[in-house]
Design a protein around this ligand. Structure first.
Ligand code: NAD
Length: 259
């Protein structure tokens, strides 16, 4: 009997000259059944991918360019795996609407936007959402290298939104906070009523702590990415799976069986 042969998936990487993009290029080069077809960076034309045989594009570019890249990829009929952060709900809605248009190329296209591809972070976000309804107080602290362009991190925003949604679902009121006067920024950013604090420190990679408090007790959920290699298994899983998930998916957890 003939062995089952998985078809090769041709992959383009956007932001290929960057820290994450170059790491992803190496991982795709080394992965079975994936072919690194194009390395694109600033100034390259994303629409040229249309009809090139490229099936999936991975975007690790910049918060200012990622949305335009995704729309160009949808127009080109190329599935998108997006790690770039900086997305807000309006930008996600625009991608959803674009994918819903029944264009000849966009039909069946999958887009995954994942604020974090590290399994430890994906699980931390899920566990935080599960814990949220049991605690009066919740705050998020994210800690990153000082070259990061956006704050708070996409992971922290996603974590806070998950906590806020779980609190609302459980009928919990506002988080207690008697602050009457503060230096601007002292209480962090307000993401759906959850305070998020951003630390930028030389030597760090990507870290997050979720703090939950009740009278007399605290739960801390912490995730650390020490190295960019932590993101690669999630990126490769997404590249292999995105074609099976038409439409917009937000968060790698939507591709994992975590129910
Ligand atoms: P980087 O600055 O090292 O690399 C970005 C690259 O994108 C650069 O080479 C730049 O020239 C290129 N670029 C910018 N605009 C472009 C465009 N329009 N088209 C093509 N290329 C373009 O940044 P980085 O550290 O690699 O991070 C990139 C993004 O990925 C950031 O938003 C970061 O927060 C995010 N990130 C996400 C995860 C995750 O797990 N989701 C992990 C790490 C980093």
């Amino acid at each position: 009997m003939a062995d089952h042969v998985s078809p090769e998936i041709r992959v383009a990487v956007l932001g290929a000259a960057g820290r994450m993009g170059s790491t992803v290029c190496d991982a795709i080069d080394a992965a079975e059944y994936l072919t690194l077809a194009q390395r694109l960076d600033l100034g390259d034309d994303v629409s040229a991918l249309a009809g090139s045989g490229t099936c999936v594009a991975v975007d690790f570019t910049a918060p200012t360019s990622t949305e335009a890249n995704v729309h160009a990829l949808i127009d080109a009929g190329v599935h998108a795996v997006v790690g770039t952060t900086g997305w807000n709900s309006d930008a996600l809605d625009r991608v959803r609407e674009h994918l819903a248009q029944d264009g000849p190329r966009s039909r069946g296209t999958g887009v995954l936007i994942a604020p974090n591809f590290a399994l430890s972070a994906v699980l931390a976000m899920r566990f935080a959402a599960q814990a949220a309804r049991f605690f009066e107080s919740a705050e998020v602290v994210e800690l990153h290298h000082p070259n990061k362009l956006d704050a708070p991190s996409g992971t922290a925003v996603h974590t806070a939104q998950g906590i806020a949604a779980a609190r609302a679902h459980a009928g919990l009121g506002p988080i207690p906070d008697a602050t009457e006067s503060a230096i601007e920024g002292a209480r962090g950013a307000d993401v759906d009523g959850v305070r998020v604090h951003s630390v930028r420190l030389r030597g760090l990679v990507a870290h997050e702590e979720v703090l939950f408090g009740n009278p007399g007790e605290q739960l801390t959920i912490r995730t650390d990415s020490f190295d960019r290699s932590s993101f690669l298994p999630g990126v490769l899983l997404a590249v292999r799976s995105v074609a099976d998930h038409p439409g917009l998916s937000v968060g790698l957890d939507t591709y994992l069986d975590l129910a």
